[in-house]
Design a protein. Structure first.
Length: 345
């Protein structure tokens, strides 16, 4: 009789030949045991050696594995495709450049009450220094207590996707990742699980159980617009949920929404006046006397002129300052030019 594995690790990979071997090794090194694992790698239209590198690593393992080839469709579609063929009751998502601690799955599986949708644990960022990946900053200690939608919206409480374990039945209940989203799609998924009644459990650990490797060319770094849009869209979704449950927002709900919408307004004023007006109107429905909380000069100016006019002046000042600095830098000779001038004398 064939026994189904306990955890399916789903890895979406696009042109990840340089990092996929480390990610796979962190799965193969799990203390949970190979008989309780399976690995599904979704090759999302890679044009490099991602597939061949992965096969070379996986052929040496005792863990059941398979590789699915898709035309490039983005990480959300790739993850959903992996879940469709997974056989386990629990799903571990792992991006192709991140790492699991060796005891990650064993610790979380041991905390396995039937009514829990998501298990999460402490995690940590890694950054490259002198060619090596080293811990960056403190260990992240997310806490999802009380209203999970409120906790999940807080930026300082971010729960990295790889630090979690998802019950497959709940992923199916909410129809998985939103494939139209390419930014903050992991938070959006968690919010939909929470709004559907899913429960979250923290599996404690003194050490981080997941490591997120920070790349300057990651999507969230290269598209600020997409990141801001994702944060604002998530807030809108949750606001609609809150207002459906109660006509009046709580003080904490209002504060959090104004914080998120306010950050969006600052970005949109420079990049899209139409979106600025929409988000500003939302802010006024929450606080008819809305003023930005920071920076302090902008808040003071908003008291005098109104927030939109204060943003106009702040942007004008920023543009003038940037042009001035560029003109100053243009007049400073490079060290090479200075040496040429000195040798000519």
């Amino acid at each position: 009789m064939k026994i189904s594995p306990c955890v399916s690790v789903v890895i979406p990979a696009f042109n990840a030949a340089d990092t996929i071997a480390d990610a796979l090794k962190s799965v193969l090194d799990q203390s949970l045991g190979g008989d309780k694992l399976e690995l599904v790698l979704v090759n999302d239209g890679s044009t490099d050696e991602t597939r061949s590198v992965s096969e070379a690593v996986l052929r040496k393992s005792d863990i059941p594995w398979r590789i699915i080839d898709l035309p490039n469709s983005g990480p959300s579609a790739a993850r959903n495709a992996g879940v469709q063929v997974a056989r386990s009751g629990w799903i571990q998502f792992l991006d192709a450049d991140d790492l699991l601690a060796p005891n990650k799955l064993a610790v979380q599986v041991s905390n396995n009450p039937r009514d829990v949708a998501v298990i999460y644990s402490p995690w940590q960022m890694l950054r490259r220094h002198d060619g090596e990946w080293r811990p960056d900053g403190t260990i992240k200690q997310p806490s999802i207590v009380g209203d999970p939608t409120l906790a999940l919206l807080k930026a300082g409480n971010f729960v990295a996707m790889g630090s979690q374990l998802f019950r497959r039945t709940w992923l199916r209940r909410v129809r998985g990742f939103n494939e139209q989203r390419r930014f903050i799609e992991d938070v959006e998924l968690l919010l939909r699980i929470a709004m559907a009644g899913g429960k979250f459990l923290r599996a404690d650990s003194e050490a981080p159980l997941f490591f997120y490797r920070v790349h300057e060319d990651s999507l969230s770094h290269t598209s600020r617009r997409g990141f801001v849009d994702g944060c604002v869209d998530n807030a809108k979704m949750v606001e609609a949920y809150w207002r459906e449950k109660s006509e009046l927002l709580s003080q904490e709900q209002s504060r959090l929404l104004t914080e998120i919408y306010g950050q969006g307004a600052r970005f949109y004023y420079e990049h899209s006046q139409a979106q600025f007006r929409q988000i500003y109107d939302r802010l006024l429905t929450i606080d008819t006397k809305y003023l930005p909380s920071s920076p302090k000069p902008l808040r003071a100016l908003s008291r005098l002129l109104g927030y939109p006019r204060a943003e106009a002046l702040a942007l004008a000042y920023h543009n003038v300052k940037s042009r001035f600095l560029k003109s100053r830098l243009a007049t400073i000779p490079s060290s090479g030019n200075e040496r040429n001038q000195q040798s000519a004398q």
